[in-house]
Design a protein around this ligand. Structure first.
Ligand code: SF4
Ligand code: SF4
Length: 82
């Protein structure tokens, strides 16, 4: 069984998000997906799945500066489920 390694994380300011979805394809490990609920201005916003590498691609592409990126000194390991 293979696990998922998480080397970083992001804090997402969902109330700044305009829902443009540019961050979704910009994430190399594809660990961002749009939410099923809406923020205060009525748009969907990104949610983080396990496996972030802390690469900052999302922060670079976001026109509304919604992402703060953090890298862990020690990666977290998750067992893959299903
Ligand atoms: S820091 Fe990199 S891996 Fe993490 S969510 Fe942003 S684009 Fe994806
Ligand atoms: S790139 Fe920024 S504004 Fe666009 S959906 Fe992602 S977080 Fe929201």
């Amino acid at each position: 069984m293979t696990g998922i390694e998480t080397r970083g994380t992001v804090r997402i300011d969902i109330e700044r998000c305009k829902g443009c979805e540019l961050c979704i394809p910009a994430c190399p490990p594809n660990v961002l997906r749009m939410s099923s609920t809406r923020n205060e201005i009525g748009v969907l916003f990104p949610e983080l799945l396990p496996g972030c590498t802390g690469c900052s691609a999302c922060a670079l592409v976001c026109p509304d500066f919604c992402f703060d990126v953090y890298r862990y000194e020690t990666p977290l390991h998750h067992e893959a489920t299903a």
